[in-house]
Design a protein around this ligand. Structure first.
Ligand code: PEP
Length: 247
């Protein structure tokens, strides 16, 4: 079975009720490739607004979730709270959280386990810094990020892996098709060896980092690129062209 193409939109800390409503209307009125699974991740404040008004075949993701079920954790959101709001997905391990908020591999893994235990699917981000790439450590860094998750979970069916080189995020500096394919193939190889050939075959590995309507078609042709995680361009009408990259 071929892997279903997957496109995620990460709105990050952007948008107001007015601009998010414009994005919802644009997506609701667009002709979208029915073969593509689409998930958008607005700020937590707008999760309910988006879930209520967005067409139902598009799923909505939180940008983060906490690993404890409830209690005195000011500012955090639980898996149960997401589920009770109709939110079935979360991003985890985004580099902005790893770098700015100092989330380590273990914490990301613990949150991944909590999400899956509560039946919330995960877009699991991984990726290297420019310094790590230049030191030849890309595959090692990415594998270590994924190994921490593999130590906590067995079932990968509700995980989409997003390879996002940090140097390509929000910089306009997209990875070349060869660079993306090389890392995606290495991740699949790692899944095959350390998890199972079946998981390697089935798991979607999507690329993120300055994806635009201009570069998406070439990237989408790579055999191990199963879709995209889109930041800046997901706030623009061109997001529809990225969703339809295979048409
Ligand atoms: C992201 O934040 O996940 C991302 C890929 O951002 P951008 O597309 O803006 O580089």
């Amino acid at each position: 079975m071929p892997r279903q193409f997957f496109v995620g939109g990460n709105f990050k800390m952007n948008g107001t009720i007015k601009s998010i409503t414009d994005i919802i209307n644009n997506l609701n009125n667009a002709k979208l490739d029915p073969n593509v699974e689409v998930v958008v991740a607005p700020s937590s404040l707008y999760l309910l607004l988006v879930r209520e008004h967005l067409r139902k075949e598009i799923e909505v993701a939180a940008q983060n979730v906490y690993d404890k079920p409830n209690g005195a954790f000011t500012g955090e959101i639980s898996v149960e709270q997401l589920k009770s709001s109709g939110i079935n997905w979360t991003l985890l391990g985004h580099s902005e959280r790893r770098v700015i908020l100092q989330e380590d591999d273990k914490f990301v893994a613990s949150k991944t386990k909590a999400a899956l235990d509560g039946d919330v699917s995960v877009i699991l981000c991984c990726g290297e810094s420019l310094e790590q790439r230049e030191a030849g450590k890309t595959i090692e860094v990415v594998n270590n990020q994924l190994k921490a998750v593999a130590a906590e979970i067995k079932d990968w069916s509700k995980i989409v892996i997003a390879y996002e080189p940090i140097w390509a995020i929000g910089t306009g500096k997209v990875a070349t098709t060869e660079q993306a394919q090389e890392v995606h193939a290495a991740i699949r190889e790692w899944l095959k060896k350390d998890v199972s050939p079946e998981v390697a075959d089935k798991t979607r590995i999507i690329y993120g980092g300055s994806v635009s309507e201009k570069n998406c078609k070439e990237l989408a042709k790579q055999p191990d690129v199963d879709g995209f995680l889109v930041g800046g361009a997901s706030l623009k009408p061109a997001f529809v062209d990225i969703i339809n990259a295979n048409q």
